[in-house]
Design a protein around this ligand. Structure first.
Ligand code: 13P
Ligand code: SF4
Length: 376
């Protein structure tokens, strides 16, 4: 997948000042022009996001990677599953053919930028779950849906079994798509996004059993509960969004009359139910941008994004819903030294940390991603 990090060169970059790193990064960007696409997720650190060509939520970034035909390299300032998705979309067969057979490198400046939620389901566990479910329900009547925060292997699993990928921006459309085809869905790995979305579509909680991949049998459920199910939820969660609590909402409402609460759908159901709105990072930004001066918000998502919104909208009163929230640890591993180091290697013709999904996995994952991109 990638070359090993030469520690000496990286440490040399780590010893440089932010100004020196920014200017070195600028030199590589100027040399590459529009042939280099730097994509940044909204949770990224400020000094890094300021250098990105495009910023977006995970749906927007996937769509941009799919659409861009001109670039010859992508540097992904996000986390591993996002770079895998960009590789699958940017190097899909028709794009490679359009470029005359050329694959483009998708670079993740620090390979340790993973996602703890994505790590909560692996291929073996999901295949085992599917096999166990097949003993009690008809698998031909079950659609697997994977949140984009998952490995390429799980996206491929969905592609092979008539399922699809979703992001927090289109989970409702994905579940509706699934219900028009089959009567049940298996939703992984984020239980909260699955539960919040299914509940909004009217699925009762008692028809959403939770699958514990570590339970000895049937994910800790009875066969009867699984036969009654409409959506089987995987027991995964995001450690950043899991910490929001309903009491925080009550406190803000009591102390700031007229305040609106908006949260990410990875938050627990008790939080989403009490909020005024829930949406992807892109939807949260749009809600603030469309509000008049003087609007008051408490926002339940990653602090880098909330702090940036505060600075970009001084005409509004913006609070982070949880005062003691830590940033996404893995997202912020992409820093100026890693970015500078990765870009200088690209410039030297020896790219490092290239994320390359194998062709069979890419083919099946692309099927599931294309079903998502076609959702209306
Ligand atoms: P978005 O899809 O809203 O960008 O969120 C991605 C993510 O990782 C949230 O934790
Ligand atoms: Fe993963 Fe949570 Fe970080 Fe998003 S915020 S990348 S779900 S760990």
């Amino acid at each position: 997948m990638s070359q090993k990090v030469p520690p000496a060169e990286l440490s040399a970059c780590q010893a440089l000042s932010p100004e020196e790193l920014t200017s070195r990064i600028g030199r590589v960007r100027a040399a590459w022009g529009s042939r280099l696409l730097m994509l940044g997720h909204h949770y990224q650190r400020d000094d890094v996001i300021a250098l990105c060509d495009l910023r977006g939520d995970s749906y927007q970034l996937a769509a941009q990677a799919a659409a861009n035909g001109a670039c010859r390299a992508i540097v992904f300032c996000g986390v591993h599953f996002m770079a895998e998705t960009a590789d699958i979309l940017a190097n899909r067969p028709e794009q490679i053919e359009r470029r005359g057979g050329v694959r483009i490198p998708v670079i993740l400046p620090d390979l340790a930028a993973g996602c703890s939620l994505a790590d909560m389901a692996d291929r073996e566990q999901v295949e085992d779950c599917w096999a166990q479910l097949a003993e009690v329900i008809d698998p031909d009547d079950l659609t697997p849906i994977t949140y984009v925060n998952s490995t390429a292997e799980l996206k491929a699993f969905c592609g092979r079994h008539g399922g699809l990928v979703c992001t927090s921006a289109n989970a409702r459309l994905a579940l509706e798509w699934a219900f028009t085809r089959r009567s049940r869905a298996l939703f992984f790995p984020d239980q909260h996004l699955g539960r919040n979305t299914a509940k909004a579509l009217g699925v009762p909680l008692e028809r959403m059993p939770l699958w514990n991949p570590n339970a000895p049998k049937l994910g800790g459920n009875t066969a009867e509960a699984l036969r009654r199910s409409r959506v089987i939820l995987w027991r995964g969660f995001c450690c950043v969004h899991q910490v929001f609590q309903p009491q925080q909402i009550e406190r803000f409402r009591a102390q700031h009359p007229g305040i609106k609460i908006i949260v990410h759908p990875e938050c627990p159901m008790e939080v989403v139910d009490r909020a005024d709105a829930a949406g992807s990072t892109g939807a949260i930004i749009r809600a603030v941008e469309e509000s008049p001066p003087g609007a008051k918000w408490a926002i339940g998502t990653e602090p880098h994004l909330v702090e940036r919104l505060k600075r970009e909208h001084p005409e509004q009163e913006i609070h982070l819903l949880s005062p003691a929230l830590h940033p996404c640890e893995t997202m912020q591993r992409i820093d100026l030294p890693h970015l500078g180091w990765a870009l200088e290697h690209l410039q030297a013709g020896a790219p490092v940390n290239v994320i390359e999904v194998d062709s069979e996995t890419s083919r099946d994952a692309l099927t599931a991603l294309q079903r998502m991109l076609e959702l209306q």
